[in-house]
Ligand binder design. Sequence first.
Ligand code: S3P
Length: 452
Amino acid sequence: MSGVVAAAGVVAVAPAARLRGRLRVPGDKSITHRALLLAGLAAGRSRIADASDALDPNSTAACLRALGVTIERLTDDDGFAAWTVASPGVEGWRAPAGSLDCGNSGTTLRLLAGILAGTPLATILDGDDSLRRRPVARIIEPLRAMGATLHARADDTLPPLSVTGRRPLRPIDHATPVPSAQVKSAVLLAGLAAVGTTTVRESVATRDHTERMLRARGVAVTSEVDGPGGPVVVSVEGGQTVRPIDERIPGDISAAAFWLVAGAAHPDAQLVLERVGVNPTRRRVLDLLRAMGADIVERPLVSDGGEPVGDLEVRSSELRAIEMGPADVAAAIDEVPVLCLAAACARGTTRIRGAGELRHKESDRLAGIAEGLAGLGARIDISGDDFVIEGGAGRPFFGLHAGEARSHDDHRLAMTFAIAGLLAGGPATFDGGASVAVSYPGFFRDLERARA
Ligand code: S3P
């Protein structure tokens, strides 16, 4: 039987007898967004190599083009993009002809809103049906406090979001109500247009790419971290100039996570993932899987940006249950769906506490992952904001069997169900297979390579 059968968006992924090979996962999506946006802020030419060529970063590029930034994209055969960005600098941006289409991308919408708050332009940020259901009050409130004018649908809670900025902005000291790198980044980027020091306080540390990448471009950003994982206080002084640089993007650990779970859970697996970003604020998924007993060897490589990278090798392992708390959820926010699958293959009962924020992602991932994995045989329940997952270790195929799941057009749900299909006793069938292109256009190609 062929591994993947796609018909009318429905995909069936059959079990794999073995998993082998070396995979190069796409360039990191979060870092690619920021590389494009910061290149747009900087006057001059920036080059971005090994970037993500997925739909989300292409939405960021399209918005920047509409604002007057020249972006050329060269793509090599393997789906990686090399971008060249020539910008007049943010002060030379022009008002777009229509609304800015952020597609499916929350990062595009929230980070760009932060930048636009510090320009005199009047813009409207919009996106697809999924994006129109994602919360924006969390950025409206601090950006208004800085002096920008923002309005949104449904009593200022949902996109489309209109932003009329002003320069200079007022600096603020903002404690984020939910740990969110997008909110932190939006406020810091607005802070560049403020007179004085803008500070963001997080109760739990989130990904720090914006801070690292601003520093790499000549902007002083201070971070005070209180122990690993947070709390964190980050500050930036307004009026600093963002310089254009050339940068190479590391592989996306959130994409690698699917193969780490597949390789660790499958009884006959050995996979190498090349040049994956292992930034301390992104690597929690790796450390959680190791705590579950996953045999993952990390070979550090020389990085050529401010981001640590390494090759990761994963082999078949006996997984065991662990407890995950809200700080783990914040640090591995995009990997929780596939971590639920790892837990379903482990020995014992895993609890993932404080996962409510998953309701506000590309779909309601709390409900979607529980319903989808249950349809494939996993014993997974939701209790309030927590997952309770009784692992299937010891049962044939971990108790996973042929079945159907609904992806809700959410890329990370679709990929999780595909990996479940590799591990199960029969095919996993799910809709919305095309959604993987949001973050990982070559996912099904890599899946076929891994099972060869
Ligand atoms: C992202 C931050 C996270 C994450 C998203 C990318 C980023 O969102 O889920 O996929 O690039 O800053 P939140 O910061 O809203 O949790």
